[in-house]
Design a protein. Structure first.
Ligand SMILES: Cc1cc2nc3c(=O)[nH]c(=O)nc-3n(C[C@H](O)[C@H](O)[C@H](O)COP(=O)(O)O)c2cc1C
Length: 169
């Protein structure tokens, strides 16, 4: 079976090595636009975003994760939040955030950029919050690092399908 969407889903890789080239604002908005077209429970669209391109702020954020080299190398970061005011179910809203983030990763790929989902930084979510400023009822879900890939030879693997299918009734 083949289709452009299936191909993109399978060929997307987490990109952690970037050139110095900036990513323009309209492109970042396009990536977020793809994110907000993700499904959400009751179509509540609970996601919110902070775009970071400022080098000083990126450097400060890099100190909050083991993956500092990725945050330092990426010319753009998008922090993805859920807005507690718009949430209705913690589990389902977190699932919506995941769908949103995956859309954004695929959009980056479609725009010939590279991106990686950074979750480890959540361990320092309070400090990240202090760096990015007051965000009221927003809860950090992930930071996405985005840039122009300096290489595209990343490999990944998946276990065989049969290991995941529990039953076919
Ligand atoms: C919830 C979540 C958290 C992740 N956190 C990190 C992270 O902190 N640092 C990192 O380099 N990659 C992170 N990743 C990316 C995974 O390592 C990556 O998706 C996985 O190794 C499969 O590789 P692929 O995306 O190229 O298929 C995260 C992915 C997910 C879904």
């Amino acid at each position: 079976m083949s289709s452009p969407i299936l191909t993109a889903i399978k060929q997307r890789r987490s990109i952690r090595d970037f050139t110095d080239q900036a990513v323009d604002t309209e492109t970042l908005h396009e990536i977020i636009r793809a994110g907000i077209w993700a499904p959400s429970g009751l179509n509540n669209q609970p996601w919110r975003f902070i775009i970071v391109t400022d080098a000083t702020i990126r450097a400060r954020l890099s100190e909050q994760t083991h993956y500092d080299h990725i945050v330092l190398a990426a010319p753009a970061l998008i922090a993805v939040y859920l807005d507690r005011e718009d949430m209705y179910d913690d589990l389902k809203d977190a699932q919506s955030a995941g769908a949103c983030i995956q859309n954004m990763l695929l959009a980056a790929e479609a725009l010939d950029l590279g991106a990686v989902w950074l979750g480890q930084i959540l361990k320092n979510r309070e400090k990240v919050g202090r760096i990015l400023g007051p965000v009221g009822n927003l809860e950090l879900m992930a930071v996405i690092a985005i840039g122009h890939p300096s290489r595209r030879d990343q490999q990944s693997h998946r276990k065989p399908l049969a290991e995941f299918i529990v039953n076919e009734l």
